[in-house]
Ligand binder design. Structure first.
Ligand SMILES: [Zn+2]
Length: 424
């Protein structure tokens, strides 16, 4: 597989990226061999006819366990998962579903995903099959099942319940034995778990358990990422060794100092809270308390992201797909919201979702930008995303480790209609 990409408008994924024309991108053996200003023979030619090429996107917060279902009814996820793993037939169906979700990420222009809570060991299994070339999908950094506590976030669905610190440490060892790339823990509750106004994201996991998990993970050479949606929760997570705060909450000076002291980073996720906070309640089907708390969480995530950026704390992006109204194929919306609600430029949003995410995930030596020596993970769009990030909605072509994939997406009409309003 040797080819050269011609007639492309190149956006390389770096922070100062701008449109570069007249450059030839040479790909061989799945890697970007070189980028030059002259055309050389011996390569197949792929003519992009003036379209834009940029690095494949990296989605830092993925659950390969859902595709935007939004019935409004509180489902018993534990029951569903128990059923799926009750016999070999349903188990096979579950794995097939996970494989299809991952493929949709790729169709949406995402060439790397970081999973942070999945079904049993299916994430590492799929990661290995994709790596071996047996399945088509994005590169995966997998956490498999997360760790939670009794009555905690995602108990029994995409997280295992640890009853004490010893058990929590055993779970870390079990994940390590499965070959995970990181460990996920659920520290606070979520919007839907709260019973009163004003207390979303209440503490669920004791601080000594957070510390026990992080210590064990670090001993094994694994980073930890934690679901946290309250100010106290973020501070408790940082104090006890969590490396990445997923979501975030209303910031204060102490929180910012802790981020810096611990060299931790923030993964901003605007997509899951937006429907709770900004939809008409008749559509999102949330009650008064959930609406109030949803707004609080959304504002907290926005403010946390802004404060982190102002304080030079690294911020990455993920869309928490698996939550209601978020599909596996529209990660681009997270970039649109990042620009719209956090106020960054379009270029910075693209940089965050490509090279910055790669740096935070520890894979910037192999992907995240269009540079010689890196994997040929690239996407092609018709319009300039620096002008309007909605250009990323229609991905014309995806290159994953040099392999060309033509996206085929069947969009959910209702989700389109409800969310497009917020992407203008
Ligand atoms: Zn999540």
């Amino acid at each position: 597989m040797r080819y050269v990409i011609t007639n492309a408008k190149l956006l390389n994924g770096h922070r100062d990226m701008h449109v570069e024309e007249g450059k030839y991108i040479y790909v061989s053996d799945g890697k970007i061999e070189k980028i030059t200003k002259s055309l050389q023979g011996g390569y197949d030619i792929i003519d992009l006819e003036g379209k834009y090429i940029l690095p494949g996107l990296i989605n830092m917060h993925v659950h390969l366990a859902g595709n935007g279902a939004h019935s409004g009814k509180q489902k018993d996820n534990k029951k569903t998962v128990d059923f799926l793993f009750s016999n070999p037939v349903t188990r096979t169906i579950a794995y097939q579903m996970v494989c299809n979700f991952a493929k949709l990420e790729l169709y949406g222009g995402v060439t790397t995903i970081r999973t942070v809570g999945g079904l049993k060991d299916l994430d590492t299994r799929l990661r290995n099959e994709i790596k071996a070339g047996k399945k088509t999908g994005p590169m995966i950094l997998a956490a498999n099942e997360g760790i939670t506590v009794e009555g905690g976030h995602m108990a029994g669905s995409v997280a295992r319940v640890a009853r004490n610190n010893e058990e929590a440490k055993r779970f870390v060892e079990a994940s390590y034995a499965q070959g995970v790339d990181l460990v996920k823990l659920m520290i606070t509750g979520g919007v839907l778990d709260a019973k009163e106004k004003g207390v979303p994201g209440e503490m669920k996991m004791p601080e000594d358990m957070i510390q026990a998990i992080c210590k064990k993970a670090h001993q094994l050479g694994l980073l930890t990422s934690a679901h946290v949606e309250s100010t106290e929760g973020v501070k408790a997570a940082l104090r006890n060794g969590v490396d990445s705060i997923e979501h975030g909450a209303k910031p204060d000076q102490e929180m910012m100092e802790l981020f810096k002291e611990k060299k931790a980073f923030l993964i901003t996720t605007l997509s899951p809270a937006l429907p709770f906070a900004l939809f008409d309640p008749s559509v999102s089907k949330v009650d008064d308390t959930q609406l109030f708390n949803g707004k609080m969480v959304f504002d907290g995530i926005v403010e946390c992201s802004k404060a982190a950026l102002e304080n030079h704390i690294p911020v990455g992006l993920g869309n928490d797909v698996g939550c209601p109204w978020i599909t596996q194929y529209d990660f681009y919306r997270e970039l649109v919201y990042f620009h719209k609600y956090v106020g960054v430029t379009n270029g910075f949003a693209i940089y965050t979702a490509t090279l910055q995410n790669a740096i935070l995930a520890g894979i910037s030596d192999i992907t995240g930008s269009i540079d010689a020596g890196k994997q040929a993970d690239m996407i092609v769009v018709k319009e300039n995303p620096l002008d309007d990030l909605n250009a990323l909605k229609n991905i014309e072509l995806v290159f994953t480790k040099g392999k060309m994939v033509h996206p085929k997406i069947k969009r959910d009409k209702e989700i389109e209609q409800r969310l497009d309003v917020f992407c203008k």
